[in-house]
Every structure is written in structure tokens, then in C-alpha cells.
Design a protein around this ligand. Structure first.
Ligand code: ASP
Ligand code: MG
Length: 457
């Protein structure tokens, strides 16, 4: 059995859905097909909810467009004799969405919980339509078996609740083609939740791991992971093979091919992931696997960048043992859901620096300022400062481990030759990544230099 996931653009139009149908119906073994909402619909659902909450009555027109778009897709892809049946499910869902919008506009209030309900409609609608488009398909309702918990205001997978249910649901029903809405879930109170934006990939990975699929295929609108962002570097090319850690690092450092949590469950089980293009299904794509035959001999697999990074500098007066504070701060921040990148020491001036994403910067500073109020008061910690928005550049490659020193020397020399001053430079936590932070304006130049180096090295 294998699990396929089709993203928003793959299920966005009548034409792209024809490709999805051909791909799925061409497989002659049991498949689970996880689908996103129609392309762009989740953004549209959110924007329309915000309009309704702001008492902007044009939300009604937007809502009508959502209705029309679904109706057009139904008449374009569902066989005539099944259209009536699809409407008996889709029409009440669309009506319910209209009622939710009306409620939001009357109350002029949009709580996170209501927004979770609003975005759930995207995958609920698309999955029903697709299940009637593909021959012999059965619809499965993911909120019946994907449960979430809440942590730091975010939904996280509740595996204790989910895993037994997934096994139960998929072993008690025989299927050859199962259609499953991605992204959506519920909490233990029965309310709609989700796995975060882009979370359909994660739904697919959770199912593949729980059911021991032999393969996970992520069908998208690009040919695979690229050696760099092709919009910045036109000579970037597809990476045919990656290890799990390389793929994880590329995602963590800005590659937008898959939702980062996706890799973890399948990595654990050694299930390979294939990235495939729905619009060019003949292209081999990227294979992510740790199997012997998938090993690369290159030093670098790809370069990426992550925007809106802030460097936090913590300084102490001479004589303060910084190492203990450093450990405590790292723990404190990670317990508060802040991801830390590039922790580096500057022992000469008794300080250390680390990078955080823009979305985490306020939380990081609040946490540190609260927890370290006494030390800041006595002056033991002399300052916690934060930089403007910067960009992080990363080079990823398993083989960097063997040539780390050489790479460091080369990268440092190259940056110096080009008057690029890194704000923080460090090896990543996995030793698969070397990353540094530069001014926003130097992003493209740094990527270009590294990518050229990669091609030669
Ligand atoms: N529809 C959701 C989103 O746009 C989930 C997904 O497509 O993966 O974020
Ligand atoms: Mg996606």
C-alpha cells in the first residue's frame, strides 16, 4: 500500500484534477490519497472570514465565488450520474459555511476556534468531490482519526488518540482507493482543528507511518527539491536524491517543498518519500530515503535562505559564567516553543548570540526579560539585544560532515572576499548544515556565491 498526497494546485482546476484522476487510477495496488483544499481556497476562506468580521459586506460576494467555484469543479470532474449525490453532501456544507460567515458578520468577531471551523471547509469539500471523481474510491473522514492537542497556542498531533483510530479505521474497511481530506483534525472535545498551514503533507505522512505504507508520494507543482530557489538562481536544478536529514534541514531552512513536520514520522519508519509533479508526472522528482542506493557523493545538496531572522545577543559582565546561563536560556526558550538557530559564543566579549524567526522574537524576548529580571537588575546580565530583520543562509549536505573544516575555511574566505559580514555563523545541530546570518540585501549574492561553489566543489 502507498500513500499519495495532492496539494492545492494539483486539485485546483478541472484540468489538473484530470491529471490526478489519471495518476491515481493508473496505480494497481491499494492507495490512500490525501487531498488539500482547492488551490488558494484556504487563503480565500480566511480572507472572507476577516471581511465578515470587519462588517465588510462584500464578504457575501466572496462567499458566492467560493460556492460557484465548487459547483463548477463538480460539473467539470464528477461523472453526471454521481453529481446529484455529491450535491447532497456539498450543498449543506456550503450552506453551513454561509451560516458561519453570517454569524461572524453579526458578531463582528472571529476567534481562533471559529477560524479553525472556517478553514476546515476547504478539505471537507474537496475530498468529497474527489472521492466521486475517482473510480472505486471511498471517502474517509480524517477528523475521525486525526486528533490534535494544543501546545503554545498551536495544534499538535495527539498520537495517543490518533494512532489506534487510524489502524482501526483502515483495517476494518477494505478499500483499493481511499480519499482522505488532509490538514483537518479534531480535538478531544470534538471541535474542528488542523495540523497547521500546509498540513496536508503531514496528514499523509502520519497515515503512511501508522499503516506501514511502502512509499509516500507528495504530488505538487514543482519537479522536486532544488539546489536553490530557482526564482533567485535560474541555474538551480532538481536534486534527485536526498537523505531524510538533508530534506528536513532544507525544509527547516526555507525550502518550501513540503511542510517540515512531514518527514519525521516516515523517517522513523524508513518509508521513502517521492516528490512528484502532477503536471509532469514522467519527471522522476526527488527521492528522500536513507537506503544505501540513495546515497549521494556530493559535498553539498542545496542552499536555502530564511527571511525575517533576528539575532539576539546576550552579554554579561566579566567574570559571569555564561555557559550555565546559556544552557538555561536554551531550555527556557525551547519550552516556550521558540526555535533557536545558530547559537554562537563570543567569549572575547563575554556574550553569545543566537537567531530566532520573526514570529518568535517577541515571545523570546518576553520570556528572557521576565525570567532574567533579577540578573538584569543586578547587572550580572548586562544586556539582551535584538537585531533588525536579517536573512539566514544555509548550506545542506550530509557529506559536509566529512569536510566540515575545509568547508568552513572556504565559506569564511568567500564571505570575506566579497565583503559579506556574517552576524552569526555556526554549524547546524545535525552537522548536515552550515548556516550564517547576513543583511537582507546580501541574500542573493551569498546564495549565488555558495551555489557556484557547490557546482565546483
Ligand atoms: N489547505 C491547507 C493550507 O492551504 C493545507 C494544505 O494545503 O496542506 O494550508
Ligand atoms: Mg503544501
Amino acid at each position: 500500500m502507498k500513500v499519495l498526497k495532492f496539494g492545492g494546485t494539483s486539485v485546483g482546476t478541472v484540468e489538473s484534477l484530470a491529471n490526478v484522476k489519471a495518476i491515481v487510477e493508473g496505480i494497481d495496488e491499494p492507495v490512500i490519497v490525501v487531498v488539500s483544499a482547492l488551490g488558494g481556497l484556504t487563503d480565500k476562506l480566511i480572507a472572507t472570514a476577516n471581511m465578515a468580521a470587519a462588517a465588510d459586506d462584500t464578504y457575501k460576494e466572496e462567499y458566492e465565488r467560493i460556492v460557484t467555484r465548487h459547483n463548477d469543479i463538480i460539473s467539470g470532474v464528477v461523472p453526471q450520474h454521481l453529481q446529484g449525490e455529491v450535491h447532497t453532501i456539498v450543498d449543506p456544507l456550503l450552506k453551513e459555511l454561509g451560516d458561519v460567515y453570517l454569524g461572524i458578520s453579526l458578531l463582528q468577531d472571529l476567534s481562533p476556534r471559529t477560524l479553525d471551523r472556517v478553514v476546515s471547509f476547504g478539505e471537507r469539500l474537496s475530498s468529497v468531490i474527489i472521492s466521486r471523481m475517482i473510480e472505486g474510491a471511498i471517502h474517509f473522514n480524517s477528523p475521525d482519526f486525526i486528533y490534535t492537542d494544543s501546545r503554545h497556542g498551536r495544534h499538535v498531533l495527539d498520537d495517543e488518540e490518533s494512532l489506534p483510530r487510524i489502524k482501526e479505521v483502515f483495517t476494518s474497511t477494505t478499500f483499493t482507493r481511499a480519499i482522505v481530506p488532509g490538514f483537518i483534525a479534531r480535538d478531544r472535545k470534538g471541535r474542528f482543528t488542523n495540523l497547521g498551514r500546509g498540513g496536508s503533507d503531514y496528514t499523509a505522512a502520519i497515515l503512511a507511518a501508522a499503516l506501514d505504507a511502502h512509499t509516500l508520494e507528495i504530488w505538487t507543482d514543482v519537479d522536486g527539491f532544488m539546489t536553490a530557489d530557482p526564482r533567485i538562481l535560474p541555474d538551480a536544478h532538481v536534486i534527485d536524491r536526498l537523505s531524510f536529514v538533508e530534506a528536513m534541514e532544507l525544509c527547516n531552512f526555507g525550502a518550501k517543498v513540503i511542510y517540515p513536520p512531514t518527514i519525521y514520522p516516515v523517517f522513523h519508519k524508513g518509508i521513502p518519500i517521492y516528490i512528484k509533479n502532477t503536471f509532469r508526472p514522467w519527471v522522476p522528482g526527488t527521492c528522500i530515503s536513507d537506503a544505501e542506493g540513495n546515497r549521494q557523493h556530493r559535498h553539498m545538496s542545496g542552499v536555502t535562505s530564511l527571511k525575517d531572522i533576528h539575532v539576539v545577543t546576550v552579554s554579561a559582565v566579566k567574570g559571569t559564567e555564561l555557559a550555565a546561563h546559556r544552557g538555561r536560556m536554551v531550555n527556557l526558550l525551547s519550552r516556550n516553543g521558540v526555535t533557536i538557530y545558530n547559537l554562537v559564543n563570543d567569549s572575547a566579549i563575554n556574550s553569545f548570540r543566537f537567531a530566532v524567526r520573526g514570529a518568535d522574537v517577541d515571545r523570546a524576548l518576553d520570556t528572557l526579560n521576565n525570567e532574567y529580571a533579577p540578573e538584569l537588575q543586578t547587572g550580572e546580565i548586562s544586556g539582551i539585544e535584538v537585531s533588525d530583520s536579517l536573512t539566514m543562509i544555509a548550506i545542506v549536505g550530509d557529506n559536509l560532515q566529512q569536510s566540515a573544516e575545509e568547508m568552513w575555511r572556504r565559506v569564511n574566505a568567500m564571505l570575506a572576499d566579497n565583503a559579506i559580514v556574517p552576524h552569526a555563523l555556526s554549524e547546524g545541530s545535525s552537522a548536515t548544515t552550515l548556516s550564517f546570518v547576513v543583511e537582507k540585501a546580501q541574500e542573493h549574492q551569498a546564495l549565488r556565491l555558495l551555489h557556484d561553489m557547490y557546482l565546483k566543489f
